[in-house]
Design a protein. Structure first.
Length: 278
């Protein structure tokens, strides 16, 4: 008896059954037809973003990330800031009529290629972002080490794919849309980060092994002197960068401090916040 073989649409290290490929094609055509019948409205997109910011305060806190990039001539720490992975997800959802695809292609035993593609099914614009990722990495203390396959594929690769998706989305939506989301988030976060939220911020860092002293050193001021709104926003954005895999604790804070000062953690914050209010 002759068996009908299923045709495969192939790419390097990727196999997609022809039936699935056809479903994707039909879905794309359906979305494109809807986009032509009811084109996206920029004002409605902005309203949707505003509703998300107002409805989900914790989302507003995660919209921006900040990475220390060194001190300027005056000795003040400078930060690279940008919209986070969560922000890209929100933009893609509000923008509508799009498809996001991500792929990991194995090159050899030590390297993979990660690919993210954003397709705007209304305009037909496609943006692809890709890069090579190695299982080998440099340890904070010097020397090289190799990720286990489990950690590499389930943590490292997924984090890198998320960053590639963010880049593809950010390149595809209008600059004005990105700026609007950033301004809305900054206004909301400035309202949320009151004196009472300082303890929450420090406790969040404590959960990833960062002490209060390390935070004070980063801001170059003790908590008792009064962290400004800008200081609190910076810490919130640095935490987002670490949480999203944009940076690491070691890259931001260096080696963990030893001694009694290094053990100063969130447990002693009640007195510090009391002092701030007096």
């Amino acid at each position: 008896m002759n068996e009908k073989k299923q045709e495969l649409i192939t790419e390097p290290n990727s196999f997609v059954p022809a039936t699935d490929y056809e479903l994707i094609r039909i879905e794309n055509e359906t979305i494109s037809a809807l986009a032509q019948a009811k084109p996206r409205n920029h004002r409605e997109v902005v309203r949707d973003l505003i509703e998300q910011i107002e409805a989900y305060p914790s989302f507003a806190e995660a919209v921006m990330y900040a990475k220390p990039i060194g001190k300027d001539q005056s000795g003040r720490m400078q930060y690279a800031r940008g919209l986070s992975i969560r922000a890209a997800e929100a933009l893609a959802a509000s923008w509508g009529y799009n498809r996001i695809e991500q792929k990991c292609e194995i090159i050899d035993d030590d390297r993979v290629r990660v690919v993210a593609t954003f397709t705007d099914l209304q305009t037909g614009r496609i943006w692809r972002d890709e890069g090579i990722l190695s299982k080998w990495y440099r340890k904070s203390g010097g020397g090289m080490a190799r990720h286990s396959d489990d950690r590499f594929f389930n943590i490292v690769v997924k984090a890198e794919l998320s960053k590639r998706v963010r880049e593809a989305v950010m390149r595809s939506v209008p600059p004005g849309m990105r700026m609007e989301l950033q301004q809305m988030a900054e206004k909301m976060v400035a309202k949320l980060l009151s004196d009472e939220t300082v303890q929450k911020i420090v406790q969040s860092f404590a959960g990833i092994g960062v002490t209060l002293v390390q935070l004070e050193n980063l801001l170059e001021k003790p908590i008792q002197s009064g962290w400004t709104v800008d200081d609190r926003v910076t810490l919130q954005q640095v935490y987002t960068a670490i949480k999203d895999g944009e940076s690491t604790v070691g890259e931001v804070f260096g080696a963990k401090q030893d001694g009694a000062a290094g053990e100063k953690k969130a447990t002693g914050l009640a007195e510090a916040i009391k002092d701030l209010k007096n």
